[in-house]
Design a protein around this ligand. Sequence first.
Ligand code: ADP
Ligand code: MG
Length: 330
Amino acid sequence: ESVVNRIAAGEVIQRPVSAIKELVENSIDAKSSSISVAIKDGGLKLIQVSDDGHGIRYEDLPILCERHTTSKLSAFEDLRCIKSMGFRGEALASMTYVGHVTVTTITEGELHGYRVSYRDGVMEHEPKACAAVKGTQIMVENLFYNMAARRKTLQNSADDYSKIVDLMSRFAVHHINISFSCRKHGAMRADVHTTATSSRLDAIRSVYGVSVARNLMEIEASDNDPSSSLFEMKGFISNADYAAKKITMVLFINDRLVECSALKRAIEIVYAATLPKASKPFVYMTIALPSENVDVNVHPTKREVSLLNQEVIIEKIQSVIESRLRSSND
Ligand code: ADP
Ligand code: MG
């Protein structure tokens, strides 16, 4: 059974960055105002995510890493949206089958916290009382220690670390009310470092730099006709080229970080037609729509989504971007 569990877990947690995405989303769900990530060896040796959220209650610790255990039952009606059924309550459990997980947590009003380690879905020992400040720290050590082939394909720790920095950058420009940091364990300098702000532009500037933020324009589009599409989009797009190696598209749908390659391609086409020199645009976009209109169409771990009435939505967004780019370059 443990082999089956390990294989399933390896599907949910494909690389270090997938573990970090799950851990940080848990910290966001726990209403944290500050989230810090520290990484050793691209995440294979150590992943550490610390937050100041509401913490985990003592009585929940024994079942915390059991599969399908979730405290987020209220979200069950929304299961068709974004997160697939099979994935709910599976993230932490999966990590315990492919790594060594240690949780330190304290809840509001308690005098001390608890620390406990997990293996293969169960606690290794009773929770130990320990000093703790506020919130939760989760450590994953020796990820894929029992998956030699996987470890072999993940030998480039710089590559994994840059995927992690990219992920944290995206979270930081969307959740601007949270302070984020991401660094190599023991490093003085953080590679992502933001303080909570009420300005999206400030957040983008501190993550992606002045040269990106200087060229941004605000955009908005919406449709409230249920017979064609229902959505609301807000975002920032660059109107000039800047020195980036590739296109950056940061997309959140209903507050979840996702990919939508059809939308991305459609935007690239508008840029190519309108501003042929601006070949490496920066686009931040947040879209809200009824959750039953969002579908995860491939695999629970892939972030690719498709939308009901996708063509209509894409065309509306394209035309907003096109007129915005044209008017700014007249
Ligand atoms: P899910 O997020 O789908 O509920 P997870 O396996 O990611 O499943 O997490 C299991 C449960 O552990 C969550 O429902 C939550 O109650 C608790 N949890 C995990 N991380 C944190 C955290 N950083 N702060 C508070 N609670 C947490
Ligand atoms: Mg989760």
